[in-house]
Ligand binder design. Structure first.
Ligand code: ADP
Ligand code: ADP
Length: 226
């Protein structure tokens, strides 16, 4: 079963001639972590934004958890797609403490319990009352990840999650992000231009170039030469 299905997606931005993404098809199995890997400008962020619903494709269809969210006749807005997002700069609310960042917009009865549960998952129990500026980069990333998981999303999208971390922290957070996503049972797509990130975290790597998929495979298949 696939949690993410892209079928022949093409996206050309207004005022440009060349599509940013060309006729792209991709299926992501439930519970797996897939990395979109490739140089700047190859269409990784565009693919992520199409999945999130921040952009609309010119052609093709997108289904999440078996439900079409975007095609010629269908448009489900971002907030109704059941997606959690982690942005490159974490995008935490500076005036809210950790608890309120993680619980932001989550109004269910189990709010308190759920926030504590995801904080435990990301190893930040005891940090509820801290503010983002009081946290290290790695801790801020944990908060961002927790916030992305609060609503129990089927799909989590991560945009260059390691690019603002120093080398040591990067090694730690690769392992941590993988553990957290697996424990949450989410299906994840993450964007990177770093092969080491992709190797450490992915079940599958999608190598992109100039808006098309060049190669798809497990890290072994991509990096082992005959
Ligand atoms: P990547 O994430 O791999 O760096 P992007 O998806 O950001 O690639 O960009 C793919 C192509 O689309 C690039 O040529 C980029 O300049 C172009 N592009 C991205 N966003 C926009 C936009 N909002 N308007 C016009 N062109 C864009
Ligand atoms: P990234 O590769 O992480 O998307 P960029 O610096 O390429 O970072 O893009 C930053 C912002 O500028 C994005 O919102 C993207 O949509 C926009 N952008 C990128 N390329 C273009 C472009 N050629 N024309 C207009 N906007 C662009």
């Amino acid at each position: 079963m696939y949690d993410i299905e892209l079928k022949r997606i093409t996206k050309t931005y207004l005022g440009t001639d060349e599509p940013a993404v060309k006729n792209l098809s991709l299926n992501v199995e439930k519970g797996s972590i897939v990395t979109l890997l490739g140089p700047s400008g190859c269409g990784k962020s565009t693919t992520l934004r199409l999945l999130a619903g921040f952009e609309r494709a010119n052609a093709g269809s997108i289904a999440l958890a078996g439900k079409v969210v975007s095609d010629e006749n269908t448009w489900i807005p971002p907030e109704k797609r059941g997606i959690g997002m982690v942005f490159q700069d974490y995008a935490l609310f500076p005036h809210l403490n950790v608890f309120d960042n993680v619980g932001f917009g989550y109004k269910a009865k189990d709010r308190r319990a759920r926030v504590m549960e995801v904080l435990e998952l990301v190893n930040l129990k005891g940090y509820e009352k801290r503010y983002p500026y009081e946290l290290s980069g790695g801790q801020q990333q944990r908060v961002a990840l927790a916030r992305a998981l609060t609503r129990r999303p089927v799909v989590v999208l991560l945009d260059e999650p390691f690019s603002n971390l120093d080398a040591d922290l990067r090694v730690t957070m690769r392992v941590e992000v993988k553990r957290i996503i697996k424990e949450a049972g989410a299906t994840a797509i993450f964007v990177s231009h770093d092969q080491k990130d992709a190797l450490a975290i992915s079940d599958k790597i999608v190598v992109m170039k100039e808006g098309v998929v060049q190669q798809i495979g497990s890290p072994r298949e991509i990096y082992q030469y005959p």
